[in-house]
Write a protein that binds this ligand. Structure first.
Ligand code: PMP
Length: 445
């Protein structure tokens, strides 16, 4: 298998972080929070198989729900047809989502949920019933990540992506990200008065007639390096969007479905966006499914005659796949049955306590946590917050060594990401932190 993998598989992000140097583990099976390789070695899935696993691998209720649906229909289109899993899931999502989000548009990946939100926002301003300006621009936070399709990259902040694909991308406006450990405005909390939000406000005030929407990852930016936002930031962004008549898109692809201790991170700030993007944890880590939720006001602007310009021209083949919808319904039922949100809050407190063991270590610069979403930033010098040079691949070396101790983690540059399944136990948190503490102590200068 190894040689066939080398010969034929084109792995995502192959050259980044030195991953090309190590042969990917061949995973044969999984159970609960663990993955097993061909030799039967066990690994704690410390990143929930890329931030998706909620109740664990091979959860009997999810397995059964998929089998049950498999005996009915595995796939049918939503173009002109419909089916119970898609309908029931849409109703459930509306019930769980922040208030006012009443329409569910299915797709199949986080990036696509973002593309859909951007296209809906763009088209909404074009065809609103009243003669307001045609707003066409988007604002994003400088370091944000919203996916790797062309539209999502356009509103993302990864410089390397922009360098390569620039001619394909549309231009977007930016605002400084709230990142208190490395404030882009070189200010300090709380005397800064959340100047980053006010900076966003200035961008909106200057070009309110042109801006269709602001897109943010609420309360914590994920792939940018787990950047936790100060309390009140998202609320202020909501206020500013309302004040300037600009739509707010919340990308909860990473933060959604209990990850932060709330079903959706927006709830932590008591706000509702106009468009909400969800994916990852939606099916509990089983099948690809995503959705963009919209308000009734937005949906109403798309009600026209069949085939006219009010049609929303988007609809992929596997949109709202019945097996994936059935998995999502079972996943959400388990949230209630297992009191998952309560568990996440308790276990997140336990994780915070255990991470206190890491704080004194010389390499540990900053620990950023929202529920079971954690970034540990490793630095060359704690006093000056000097980052390690990227070519040293410190994050990669740490996670690679953790793998030897049976714990799978993922680096984002020099930030170590901890995103265990929501069902993780205290013993498994110990296992995870033990491995990290050992490795960080081993490589301490
Ligand atoms: N938005 C956010 C906030 C994400 O974290 C991700 C994936 N890491 C995406 C969008 C893209 O999702 P996908 O990889 O499923 O396309």
């Amino acid at each position: 298998l190894e040689s066939l993998d080398k010969a034929h598989l084109w792995h995502p992000f192959t050259q980044m972080q030195g991953w090309q140097r190590s042969q990917p583990l061949i995973i044969e099976r999984a159970e609960g929070c663990y993955l097993y390789d061909l030799e039967g070695r066990r690994y704690l899935d410390g990143v929930s198989s890329l931030w998706v696993t909620t109740h664990g691998h091979r959860t009997p209720e999810l397995d059964a729900a998929i089998r049950h649906q498999l005996d009915r229909v595995a796939h049918t289109t939503l173009l002109g047809l419909t089916h119970a899993p898609a309908i029931e899931l849409a109703a459930k999502l509306v019930q769980l989502a922040p208030p006012g989000l009443t329409r569910v548009f299915y797709s199949d990946a986080g990036s696509t949920a973002v593309e859909v939100a951007l296209k809906i926002a763009f088209q909404y301003w074009r065809q609103r019933p009243d003669p307001r300006p045609r707003k066409t621009k988007f604002v994003h936070l400088r370091e944000s990540y919203h996916g790797d399709t062309v539209g999502a990259v356009s509103v993302g902040g990864i410089e390397l992506f922009h360098e390569i694909y620039r001619p394909l991308l549309f231009e977007a406006l930016t605002a400084p990200e709230p990142h208190c450990y490395r404030c882009p405005l070189k200010l300090e909390r709380p005397t800064c008065g959340m100047a980053c939000a006010e900076e966003l406000g200035r961008v909106l005030a200057d070009q309110a007639d042109d801006i269709a929407a602001v897109i943010i990852e609420p309360i914590m930016m994920g792939a940018a390096g787990m950047l936790a936002q100060p309390e009140g930031y998202v609320r202020r962004v909501r206020e500013l969007c309302t004040q300037h008549d600009v739509l707010l898109i919340c990308d909860e692809v990473a933060t959604g479905f209990g990850r932060t201790g709330w079903m959706f991170a927006c709830e932590a700030e008591g706000i509702a966006p106009d468009l909400l993007c969800i994916a990852k944890g939606l099916t509990g880590g089983y099948l690809p499914l995503a959705a963009t939720l919209a308000t009734e006001t937005i949906y109403a602007a798309f009600l026209g005659e069949a085939g006219d310009f009010k049609t929303f021209f988007h609809g992929h083949t596997y949109t709202g796949n019945p097996l994936a919808c059935a998995a999502a319904l079972a996943n959400l039922a388990l949230f209630e049955q297992n009191n998952t949100l309560q568990h996440v809050r308790a276990i997140a407190n336990y994780l915070a306590e255990q991470m206190d063991r890491l704080r004194p270590l010389r390499l540990v610069g900053d620990i950023r946590q929202r529920g079971l979403m954690v970034g540990i930033e490793l630095v060359a010098d704690r006093a000056t917050r000097t980052p390690f040079p990227p070519e040293q691949l410190v994050g990669y070396h740490v996670t690679n060594r953790c793998r030897d101790y049976g714990v799978l983690l993922r680096p984002l540059g020099n930030v170590i990401v901890l995103m265990p399944p929501l069902a993780v136990s205290t013993a498994q948190i110990d296992e995870l932190i033990d491995a990290l503490q050992t490795v960080l102590t081993e490589i301490e200068p």
